[in-house]
Design a protein. Structure first.
Length: 169
């Protein structure tokens, strides 16, 4: 019986030490960011942005403890958003071998009254993926997955820019 309690005690000590080491080195979940109290509420002005981008933005905000509120101290304005797909490489028989997809978002951060605190911020991400015309459905699924990843990457950059903005800028 004593042996059993020693084993449990040892596991608890090791787990506690591991937790302390991980937290001391600054480890945190991917995407999780420190949010100061004054940045916990933001007004989104999305214009004609893609619904998938807006959905990703709202999910990331929620994950980071940021609420979308009308009349918040800050506004995150999406001025322009563009998704583009183009042939990146073409084979000798004129078939597309690879596509490049890109997402570009232009945004700015403003105060409650809409006065810009930043100049226009342009964020762009791109990926290249192989295309197989004989497996078009799989390539289409791959493109959809990459598009979600691109949007998520852009959104994380948008939130980092928002969180780094000061009223005095």
């Amino acid at each position: 019986m004593v042996q059993h309690w020693k084993a449990i005690f040892t596991k608890v000590i090791l787990l506690s030490a591991l937790t302390a080491i991980i937290s001391a080195c600054g480890f945190h979940l991917r995407g999780a960011q420190e949010v100061s109290e004054d940045k916990r509420q933001v007004t989104l002005i999305t214009g004609n942005a893609d619904q998938q981008l807006i959905r990703s933005l709202r999910q990331n905000m929620k994950f980071n403890g940021i609420s979308e509120v009308s009349g918040a101290p800050y506004q995150l304005q999406i001025l322009n958003q563009r998704y583009n797909r183009r042939a990146a490489t073409i084979s000798s028989n004129s078939d597309v071998d690879e596509y490049e997809i890109s997402v570009t978002v232009t945004m700015l951060i403003a105060d409650k009254q809409g006065k810009p605190l930043t100049s226009d911020i342009r964020i762009q991400r791109e990926r290249i993926y192989s295309y197989d015309k004989n497996a078009a459905a799989a390539s289409s699924e791959q493109e959809a997955l990459l598009k979600r990843e691109l949007y998520n990457s852009v959104v994380q950059s948008m939130l980092r820019r928002y969180l780094a903005t000061n009223k005095a800028q």
